[in-house]
Design a protein around this ligand. Structure first.
Ligand code: G6P
Length: 610
């Protein structure tokens, strides 16, 4: 989604801003721009397309200055062209503003301002805000007061940074519903929507909360609420290093993150398994165990890949804990007035911890009295801060837009949660020990699947020109079929559908012919015989079968055109293994189709608008 970087200090701002934008590239964007206070004037450069286009434009006329703002845009209001790219200026050219989020009442604000003589030149909602600030600024307020007054008129969400040529020592940042972090250097500050744009300058950061505004000078930052009440902020330390957000020799972040999974799965379990007692400990939710044990009903809410992890969680918790679980898209939950029983617990699952729909679902559930617990990756994210308690994935930064390692970590954490609760309800110690051992074996099994990448590459070569793919799975591997199809769609733009295998006969079977590759997850489990029947149904219609099977299953070779083996594990843990070849298959197909896997078209890493 959109990215924000701002700088105030004594160094040249442009290199810092451009480096920051590049670090935010992974969030997904379609245009970019900078505004610099240079020789007492605000100079704005913007370009549509890649950041390299912006760099070219800047290199033609260097912009000296040590106060500036920069933005990568992901269009919501107005076409992704140069005019609509941020920063936006007011009528006088004194002010420049960058904005993430949506100003919902922009049309009314714009009409009023136009009646007062303001000239608009873009189709964006953001431009209304900069003119509104101008309106208050021209009435004798300083920048701080003018921004505060304007924000009090605004409905919607924002993370904004504003500068003025009349106040060369000030930068204003404000937040409501869209993340902003202030990096605290030595007489310099880097403001960004994501710590990855800050970490090469400082590890000391303060996260702005909703309705807070920072007045940042070269040697001091003051944080107040929009109502002008001073706030005492903690300075926190970013816990990871720069190398965690670099490619480390891999061609793409996505491949690096797929390959990291033996480590990230281990990190998700580190210190959390109690082998001798056959259970798990999850420190972040230790004070909530009672509410969980006695919850009459659990809700899991999420978006995208995280929603697929939630579906697996539902199967796990219902099987082992015997509590009813409902999984719901956050975007549906937030608007449909759901019934929340007394004592209900909701888990919100999110890699970024910033997805707008998931945040709204969390707030709605809280409003209706549910206890809300988070499962998220980004430390200090809004979900981490605003949920009642939670569990971190500890997967490190995930940069690839298509989520991979976060998914396996989410499923691993859900398995730990299941084990913990089941052992407190009705699961015996010996079964608990068996589960602990199976979880411990997962990293090695994942490493073994990854070693087999050449087989997966060959399959990709055979099918990368296909127009459609079908993914089938049952039980725990039904959500894996959905996730495998999503990976392919996201990065290779091939139409792919995930289906519960038995449902195929109620419709999708009509699509099957010799041109249809069908990926079937057919591990040796309680429904193996059922899924082999589904394979026969596909074969009878000449569909091409790519089977994900359990090592040692030689029989399946007679039915499938291709087999990718995964090591055996307990049935409820199979998704953590079966998704790995599907991630690699999607990756290799996308590469063969020459798609930009780290910057897939139209997609954003973190969707901070609804
Ligand atoms: C975006 C990303 C997906 C991700 C979804 C939910 O659409 O492209 O990969 O699954 O958001 O993100 P979250 O950060 O909440 O897990």
């Amino acid at each position: 989604m959109c990215g924000i970087v701002g700088y105030i200090g004594n160094k040249e701002a442009i290199p810092i801003l451009v480096e920051g934008l590049k670090r935010l590239e992974y969030r997904g964007y379609d245009s970019a721009g900078v505004a610099i206070l240079s020789n007492e004037k605000i100079i704005i450069e913007k370009e549509s397309g890649k950041i390299s286009e912006l760099e070219k434009a800047i290199s033609k006329s260097p912009l000296p200055g040590n106060l500036g703002i920069a933005h990568t845009r992901w269009a919501t209001h107005g076409y992704p062209n140069k005019e609509n790219a941020h920063p936006h200026a007011d009528c006088t050219g004194r002010l420049a503003l960058i904005h993430n989020g949506i100003i919902e009442n922009y049309a009314a604000i714009k009409t009023n301002l136009q009646a007062n003589g303001h000239k608009f030149i873009t189709e964006t909602d953001t431009e209304a805000l900069v003119h509104l600030i101008e309106e208050y600024y021209c009435n004798g307020n300083n920048l701080d007061e003018a921004v505060r007054a304007a924000l009090s008129q605004v409905q919607g969400t924002y993370g904004i940074v504003v500068i003025s040529s009349s106040e060369p020592d000030t930068l204003i940042a404000a937040k409501k519903g869209s993340p902003l972090v202030i990096g605290m250097g030595e007489n310099e500050y880097v403001i960004a929507s994501d710590v990855s744009a800050i970490i090469s300058h400082t590890k000391n950061v303060s996260y702005l909360e909703d309705n807070e505004m920072a007045v940042v000078k070269r040697n001091k930052v003051t944080i107040k609420t929009i109502e002008n009440l001073e706030v005492n902020k903690k300075v926190e330390k970013i816990a990871f290093d720069l190398d965690k957000i670099e490619k480390c020799g891999y061609d793409h972040f996505m491949l690096k993150e797929i390959m990291e999974q033996p480590q990230t799965i281990e990190d998700a379990t580190r210190g959390r398994l109690i082998a001798e007692e056959g259970t798990a400990r999850l420190g972040g939710i230790r004070h909530e165990i009672e509410s969980l044990i006695y919850a009459p009903h659990m809700l899991l809410s999420a978006c995208g890949t995280s929603w697929h992890a939630a579906l697996i969680g539902e199967y796990m918790i219902e099987e082992f804990v015997r509590t009813t679980v409902e999984v719901e898209y956050a975007s549906e939950f937030r608007y449909r007035d759901p019934v929340i029983e007394r004592g209900s617990v909701m888990f919100v699952i999110s890699q970024s911890g910033e997805t707008a729909d998931t945040l709204a679902a969390m707030k709605e559930a809280k409003r209706k009295g549910a206890k809300v617990l988070g499962i998220c990756n980004v430390v200090g994210s809004t979900i981490a801060r605003e949920s009642d308690a939670g569990v971190y994935l500890h997967a490190g930064p995930e940069i690839g837009v298509a989520s991979t390692k976060a998914f396996t970590s989410q499923v691993t954490v859900l398995a730990l949660l299941t084990l913990l609760l089941a052992r407190m309800r009705n699961l015996g110690a010996s079964k608990g020990v068996e589960i602990v051992n199976a979880i411990k074996a997962l990293p090695k099994s994942v490493a073994k699947i990854l070693e087999n990448h050449d087989t997966i590459k060959e399959i990709a070569e055979a099918y990368y020109k296909s127009q459609n793919f079908l993914y089938l799975g049952r039980g725990y591997n039904f959500p894996v079929a959905l996730e495998g199809a999503l990976k392919l769609k996201e990065i290779s733009y091939i139409h792919a559908e995930g289906y519960p295998a038995a449902e195929m006969k109620h419709g999708p079977i009509a699509l099957i012919d010799e041109n249809m590759p069908v990926v079937v997850i057919a591990t040796k489990d309680s429904i193996y015989d059922k899924i082999t029947s589904n394979i026969e149904e596909v074969k009878a219609r000449r569909g091409r079968i790519i089977a994900i099977a359990t090592e040692g299953d030689e029989e399946i070779k007679k039915r499938a055109d291709h087999v990718i083996y995964v090591p055996p594990t307990l049935e409820f843990l199979t998704p953590i293994l079966t998704i790995i070849p599907l991630q690699l298959l999607a990756y290799y197909i996308a590469i063969l189709r020459d798609c930009d896997v780290d910057q897939p078209r139209n997609l954003a890493k973190s969707v901070t608008v609804e």
